[in-house]
Design a protein around this ligand. Structure first.
Ligand code: ATP
Ligand code: MN
Length: 465
């Protein structure tokens, strides 16, 4: 077969030079036709759209064409011509075809019929070949790029917080341990406890649940940073919104108070939604068509409306008075559940909500304490269909107040002595938040289950692929 430079389908679909010879490589989505001519819909992942390859059966041997079935990978040379059919500009009249890889119709699971998302989860190694997952994964890429672009354009520095840490930011129990100890032969000390001195790091280590504590040190030196990396939580909550391994974006900014933090969160989310609408048009339109006809409308709505800002206390009052039956009780001091958050967003305000000033008991030790002695300057951004998409706060920058809180909670701060020192040496007001990347992708792709917005999800009892 003659060597011709490959053109990606996404570029072919823009091509106006009819009559040129092109090469295309991709996976067969469908093949149909009659005794004279066959039509192959070919997809190479570069776009949701397929290119049509027209095969004149007078020029190709029928036996040779047999392995060209759904899922097979082929290499095609041909003439790019204006298309007779509607819905496409051009198509390829094949002059030479090579079959790279066959896909036995008896065993290839992705035949033409639609498959449930549940079934596709069981074949996560193949689901990126479907329209739906192709769209989601391209959107995921563009959003990641958009996040870096947003921060870079605003002068934030990408700060690489560690994946393995010896600190526990959120409270024990939800962390994965990182160890090289032989679990069948655990070394013990004289008290019978695990002797971590013999472990790789000489002490107990974990996979990070958040890059925030290190991120704060970045902000206190570089001014404005963000992290964007994998985080791990061994929470045994089998929900459609939790993964054991997820990606988090955590900006942290020196001199920002909680209001600046809210402004940043709102601007950031709106930028990303606008970025998706602009850069993932075809894929979003596909999802809009297939899964939820209000998707584009909802994205535009978020873009064009201010987020409502109110305190936790005001939010709880609304929930107590609303007359709605909730599964979990609401009262001042309760940690709001997703059903409460979604009521405020979807039924009461009908737009995104930022709740602030939460009871200190339900928030982390590092949040700035308010004068009332009861609440802290936390802020959660709540989204339709998602609930909490961002959690953040102004941080407690006062050494004495931070230490008092740590003592109240009976925390052992030895592992985070370095964090505490940031309040001793040149402390300053600062704020930040964490955005769960997959929660954002859920919103933009209108998927209902977080397992469907990451290539290979990790959840309790599931580490396949
Ligand atoms: P939730 O109450 O929903 O469990 P959280 O309060 O534990 O969230 P934070 O610790 O504030 O969440 O983390 C910041 C953000 O990270 C959340 O707003 C959410 O978008 C995301 N997030 C938290 N836990 C998970 C998880 N297990 N899987 C995916 N995203 C998560
Ligand atoms: Mn959680």
């Amino acid at each position: 077969m003659e060597q011709i430079r490959r053109t990606k389908v996404v570029d072919l679909l823009q091509l106006e030079d009819f009559g040129t010879t092109v090469n295309v490589k991709g996976w067969v989505r469908t093949r149909r036709g009659n005794k004279q001519v066959n039509f192959v819909a070919l997809n190479d992942g570069s776009t949701i759209h397929n290119i049509q390859v027209v095969i004149d059966l007078g020029k190709f041997d029928e036996e040779f064409l047999k392995p060209i079935t759904t899922g097979a990978c082929i290499n095609v040379n041909g003439t790019y011509v204006a298309s007779q059919g509607k819905g496409q500009k051009g198509e390829i009249l094949a002059t030479a075809i090579e079959v790279f890889g066959t896909a036995d119709p008896a065993t290839y699971p992705l035949q033409k019929k639609g498959h449930s998302l549940e079934f596709l989860r069981e074949i996560a190694h193949l689901r990126p070949r479907t329209n739906t997952f192709g769209a989601i994964l391209r959107i995921r890429h563009h959003m990641a790029y958009g996040i870096h672009k947003y921060f870079n354009d605003k002068g934030f520095f990408y700060f690489h917080s560690p994946i393995i840490t010896a600190s526990d930011c959120e409270g024990a129990g939800s962390m994965f341990q990182a160890t090289t100890l032989d679990l069948n032969n655990i070394p013990r000390d004289e008290f019978g406890e695990v002797n971590f001195k013999e472990d790789f790091f000489g002490k107990q280590a974990n996979l990070t649940v958040s890059g925030q504590l290190e991120g704060e040190l970045g902000a206190m030196s570089l001014g404005a940073i963000y992290t964007f990396g994998p985080t791990f939580r061994a929470e045994n909550s089998n929900t459609p919104r939790h993964l054991a391994e997820f990606w988090m974006i955590e900006p942290e900014v020196a001199f920002n108070d909680v209001n600046d933090n809210m402004d940043l969160a709102e601007d950031f989310l709106k930028y990303l939604i606008a970025y998706a609408l602009e850069n993932c048009k075809d894929d979003i339109e596909f999802l809009n068509e297939m899964f939820d006809k209000e998707l584009v409308e909802r994205l535009n709505f978020v873009l064009n409306n201010d987020f409502v800002r109110l305190t936790y206390t005001e939010g709880v009052e609304i929930l107590e008075k609303c007359g709605e039956k909730f599964e979990f009780p609401v009262y001042w001091g309760a940690d709001l559940q997703s059903e409460h958050e979604r009521f405020l967003v979807e039924k009461h305000f009908k737009r995104p909500v930022i709740l602030t000033d939460y009871p200190k008991e339900i928030k982390s030790f590092y949040m700035k304490q308010n004068e009332d002695g009861k609440t802290v300057r936390g802020m959660d951004v709540l989204f339709p269909k998602i609930g909490e998409i961002i959690g953040g706060s102004e941080r407690e920058s006062d050494y004495d107040k931070l230490m008092k809180r740590v003592d109240e909670l009976g925390m052992n701060v030895d592992p985070i002595w370095w964090y505490i020192e940031s309040r001793k040496f040149g402390t300053a007001p600062h704020s930040g938040f964490g955005l769960g990347f997959e929660r954002l992708i859920l919103f933009v792709t209108v998927m209902a289950n977080i397992r469907d917005v990451i290539p290979f999800p990790r959840t309790p009892n599931n580490v396949e692929f």
